[in-house]
Design a protein around this ligand. Structure first.
Ligand code: ATP
Length: 226
């Protein structure tokens, strides 16, 4: 029997432990070969806020996002991560974040069900949602047993965004969140990004204003050129 669509309660306390997380960057710079991509980055990012890195193609949004998430080391400066007043080392930090980005690879051999079950082993879903709930949420129940290699790019993007929205971690990183989504998918993203990340730290990279219309803190990467 088909499952009824799950309704996500609007008051869902989606980051249950509600611990304050801070990312602080001091005089951070990154260069590739001899080219400085960003320099003089000083930022303090905190839970309960959303931030969007904006700028034209090639300006360094993805580079800065990856620096701030700890995916690559800065060439100069320091980045510190804090949770509930305690400094986190990078291994603990990775347990607190989830990323949806075009360069994030899903395991193509897995079905959707296997993907969610595997993901839940190290990052549980908010409010004890099940894999079946997840499949309903991303509107892909009908394809739960199909290998992701046979998913379209838009279907994969829904999976990445679903994991980003529903993982019970304090920090959500979204790079080009509506890439590959059709109009209905973009609306689904916008409907959920505010509702489901209310008490988390949300960091976006975008050059599409409609992706970050809800966001109060806009950071122009062009400010970090010297
Ligand atoms: N691993 C790398 N090695 C050398 N150069 C790199 C590397 N990664 C990025 N760059 C360069 O850094 C600059 C910024 O790239 P980045 O992907 O951060 O920009 P972006 O603002 O996210 O662009 P877009 O909007 O096109 O996604 C570009 O000039 C790019 O060529």
């Amino acid at each position: 029997m088909a499952r009824a669509s799950i309704s996500i309660p609007t008051n869902l306390q989606l980051f249950e432990s509600n611990l304050l997380v801070k990312i602080s960057a001091k005089e951070v710079g990154k260069k590739f070969v001899s080219e400085w991509i960003v320099r003089g980055v000083n930022l303090l990012l905190e839970t309960g806020e959303s931030y969007t890195l904006v700028g034209p193609n090639g300006s360094g949004k993805s580079t800065l996002l990856q620096l701030l998430m700890g995916n690559m080391p800065p060439s100069e400066g320091t980045i510190h991560y804090e949770m509930a007043g305690k400094e986190l080392d990078i291994d603990d930090w990775y347990r607190q974040i989830v990323l949806a980005a075009p360069y994030l690879e899903l395991i193509e051999e897995f079905t959707l069900r296997e993907t969610v079950v595997f993901h839940q082993k190290f990052k549980p879903l908010k409010n004890g949602l099940s894999a079946a709930d997840f499949e309903d949420f991303v509107q892909l129940s009908h394809a739960r047993n199909k290998a992701l290699r046979h998913y379209s790019s838009g279907m994969k993007q829904r999976v990445k965004l679903g994991l980003a929205f529903l993982s019970d971690v304090p920090v959500v990183l979204l790079d080009e969140p509506t890439s590959n989504l059709d109009a209905a998918g973009s609306k689904w993203y916008l409907d959920n990004v505010v509702k489901l990340t209310d008490n988390q730290l949300v960091l976006l990279g975008s050059n599409q204003p409609q992706e970050y219309e809800f966001c109060k803190n806009i950071i122009s990467v062009s400010a970090f050129k010297r």
